[in-house]
Design a protein around this ligand. Structure first.
Ligand code: ZN
Length: 394
């Protein structure tokens, strides 16, 4: 089609859905970044106008277009039928004019063509107060398209910035139409680990998706223990793919995570829908983050306790180890006099509570950590967010 002079005769933005996720007071109070787009509000695109409806937040935007396309002779492509296009992005932080300040997922950040190593290194080094690490995806959807190339480029950025590389494992994206192209999810870990340095992070050890720490035979990959001995770290990165079944296997094999990221984000966290939001979307089943089990950081802590770790193991995962991972040991995640107040107060409830994952596994927890309030740099915040899971008695 590129050789034909094609013009779009009619284009209509048909549907916009926005899900507002957990804009906490801390985020809402952050100074609004300057608009990054040149257009004035009068020229706002449908995405920007929809974004203007929400306060500063994390947004999930799906745009659908119907467009008729014809060549210069007036002949319509597609037998005269419209093309249907869907674009999905996440944006972080929407200013009062409705501009999404950053919208990384709208850019091509997945293929090697979308990565500029030198530009990334330069901007990371110029913003080391904000940029604490680099994230790369090592999963079969990307490997089937580009092999290990993207991961090697991410590792190079990590080396050149001297920042830790946080590597996602477990299938995230669907395979291309051409299939796996000779790639095997179970070989990804052993090929990626040699690219990594001490301090780099293996994420999502307990994922139920192919390509995690447990292979399709149900065994924990042998290469992991050697990687940990070499100084690599493990982050739970709980998310919607966390599996109690696989967590038990990995923990039984002696894999104790260093940090306990909750990995809550706009795709896997449910909030009461604002009035006028459709109850479901026609592409819901294509959502790789689908699942209904609510979770939170404190519930993830309770899960680790229920799986046999001690409170003395779990607390550093969400405090000192996490601070060390982002280069802020001694500044945050500690109760030391003189450091910034960064205090979570939790209730340690005893009883019998059911915890569930999105594989429908259940475990019974005899203690449940529940958030009560936190103090952050002099501000008090009650733990009253609607996204928090409720305790379920066994
Ligand atoms: Zn991830």
């Amino acid at each position: 089609m590129s050789t034909l002079a094609a013009r779009v005769l009619a284009a209509g933005a048909a549907a916009l859905t926005l899900t507002l996720v957990g804009a906490g007071p801390a985020l809402a109070a952050t100074p609004t970044p300057a608009p990054t787009l040149g257009a004035s509000p009068q020229q706002a695109t449908p995405t920007e106008r929809a974004a203007a409806e929400v306060r500063p937040a994390i947004v999930y935007v799906t745009e659908k277009f119907s467009a008729y396309v014809a060549d210069e002779t007036g002949t319509y492509f597609n037998n005269g039928n419209p093309y249907e296009l869907t674009a999905t992005c996440t944006g972080f932080g929407v200013n009062p004019d409705g501009y999404v300040a950053t919208a990384g997922h709208c850019l091509d950040t997945y293929s090697p063509d979308g990565i500029n190593i030198q530009a990334t290194v330069t901007s990371a080094k110029a913003n080391l107060d904000l940029v604490r690490g680099i994230k790369g995806h090592a999963e079969i959807g990307g490997f089937a398209r580009w092999g290990i190339k993207v991961l090697q480029m991410s590792a190079e950025i990590g080396r050149k910035t001297n920042l830790p590389l946080y590597v996602h494992f477990g299938q995230l994206w669907g395979l291309p139409k051409s299939g796996a192209n000779g790639e095997d999810a179970d070989t990804i870990l052993e090929r990626v680990i040699p690219e990594l340095r001490p301090g780099d992070i293996l994420a999502h050890p307990f994922t139920r998706h192919p390509g995690g720490f447990v292979n399709r035979e149900g065994e924990v990959h042998e290469v992991i223990q050697a990687a940990l001995d070499r100084g690599l770290k493990v982050d739970v990165g709980h998310g919607s793919h966390f599996s109690y079944r696989l967590a038990r296997k990995a923990l039984d094999a002696g894999i104790v995570p260093n940090t306990l990221g909750a990995d809550m984000h706009g795709y896997n966290t449910h909030v009461p829908a604002p009035p006028g939001t459709p109850a479901e979307h026609d592409d819901d089943e294509a959502n790789p983050f689908a699942g209904q089990a609510k979770f939170s950081l404190t519930q993830a802590m309770s899960s680790m306790l229920a799986l046999g770790l001690t409170l003395e193991q779990v607390v550093p995962m969400v405090t000192t180890n996490a601070a060390a991972m982002i280069g802020l040991l001694g500044e945050i995640g500690t109760l030391r006099p003189g450091s910034t107040a960064d205090v979570s107060v939790l209730a340690d409830e005893r009883g019998r509570f059911i915890l569930s994952d999105n594989e429908k596994n259940q475990v019974v927890a005899e203690r449940l950590l529940q958030p009560v309030f936190c103090l952050r740099a002099g501000q008090h915040y009650d733990a009253n967010a609607t996204i928090l899971p409720e305790a379920v008695a066994a």
